[in-house]
Design a protein around this ligand. Structure first.
Ligand code: PHE
Length: 339
């Protein structure tokens, strides 16, 4: 038995020297000291020894157990220390390593110009209003003095959801919605998407954006409209920009006009940008038709107003000398990152 105990001690010592993890350590402990471990089994055999032998063997067995336990304890500490160290090493952050560059997106050219437009009008006391893109025929046409079968509907063919519900062809329906919900003085711009049943080419898209403007108050005149539009044009395209109002027709304004700005490329002399005209058309406008004021619940005998509608794509094309509107919607990064 003495020999057995010694060989257990040596075997345990050899094995323990090689362990490098807590699991291995636990396996060795079980192998020798566990319920069915080698040392435990020996201790169970004590009873079969000669009574004189028992105390000697007993103390030798205890010694071996303590010996093994001591090594296990020491090894546990060593392993824990080295685990701690490697954890610290793994968690070390080298603050001098160059970062990973994530490509950052940026604003779309249409958003850049829209923000500029908003900024200009907010600065002049306008508020921003919105309306739905899926609109009732009533707001898009009827209330704007465009009854069924009016020829103006031909130029604004759109996508119908039902006979009475459509994708709005203009932001003008927001005029009615705003008037219905507020009392003068009204000063709003209403930017948003509009839709028309147009084939896509360099200057047409079935989806585009407009910015509507509406001012209603006592004594508002065409002169006020002209002043505001002049401010807008000069802030947008530079202080030397001239404007020109040409008579036009819209069913919901009377009188109506279109506004041209002097070509910011050639200053009016004529160039490919303005098709040699020296002028570029950028918006439609006019004095709100009395019937339209009435449809919005406003008394035309007391109040008057003006409205205008700007095409955001046109503004942006000219601002950046872009010659094809399709570029705005193709999402080609080579184009978009230039702005
Ligand atoms: N809604 C008109 C269009 O889409 C533009 C416009 C708005 C004209 C407001 C006059 C007043 O063509």
């Amino acid at each position: 038995m003495k020999l057995q105990l010694e060989s257990i001690r040596n075997a345990a010592k050899d094995l323990l020297e090689k362990v490098s993890s807590k699991q291995e350590l636990e396996a060795v402990r079980i192998k020798f000291l566990g319920k069915k471990g080698e040392l435990t089994l020996i201790l169970r055999q004590m009873g079969s020894l000669h009574p004189e032998e028992r105390p000697k063997m007993g103390s030798l067995a205890n010694e071996v157990r303590e010996y093994i336990e001591a090594i296990i304890e020491k090894k546990t500490e060593e392993i824990e220390a080295s685990e701690r160290e490697s954890r610290i090493k793994a968690e070390t952050i080298d603050v001098t390593v160059p970062g990973i560059l994530h490509p950052l997106g940026h604003r779309h050219p249409l958003s850049i110009v829209l923000d500029e437009v908003k900024e200009i009008f907010l600065g002049m006391g306008f508020k921003i209003a919105t309306g739905p893109e899926i609109e009732w025929d009533y707001y898009n046409f009827e209330a704007l003095n465009i009854p069924k079968n009016h020829p103006a509907r031909d130029t604004q063919d759109t996508f119908y959801i039902t006979d009475n519900m459509l994708l709005r062809t203009q932001t003008s329906p927001v005029q009615i919605r705003v008037m219905e919900h507020s009392q003068p003085p009204i000063r709003i711009i209403a930017p948003g998407r509009v839709y028309r049943s147009d084939a896509i080419d360099a200057t047409h898209s079935p989806l585009f954006h407009q910015i509507e403007g509406l001012v209603v108050d006592k004594g508002v005149t065409m002169g006020d409209l002209k002043g505001i539009l002049m401010q807008f044009a000069q802030r947008m395209y530079g202080d030397n920009t001239k404007i020109r109002l040409r008579p036009h027709h819209f069913p919901f304004t009377e009188p109506s006009c279109e506004m041209d700005v002097s070509c910011f490329r050639c200053g009016g002399a004529g160039c490919p940008m303005c098709k040699n005209e020296g002028w570029i058309e950028i918006l439609g406008a006019g004095m709100v038709h009395p019937k339209v004021l009435e449809n919005g619940g406003i008394n035309p005998d007391i109040y008057s107003g003006y409205a205008f509608g700007v095409g955001l794509e046109r503004l942006t094309l000219f601002k950046y000398s872009i010659d094809d509107m399709r570029l705005f919607f193709e999402n080609d990064l080579k184009f978009l990152t230039q702005f």
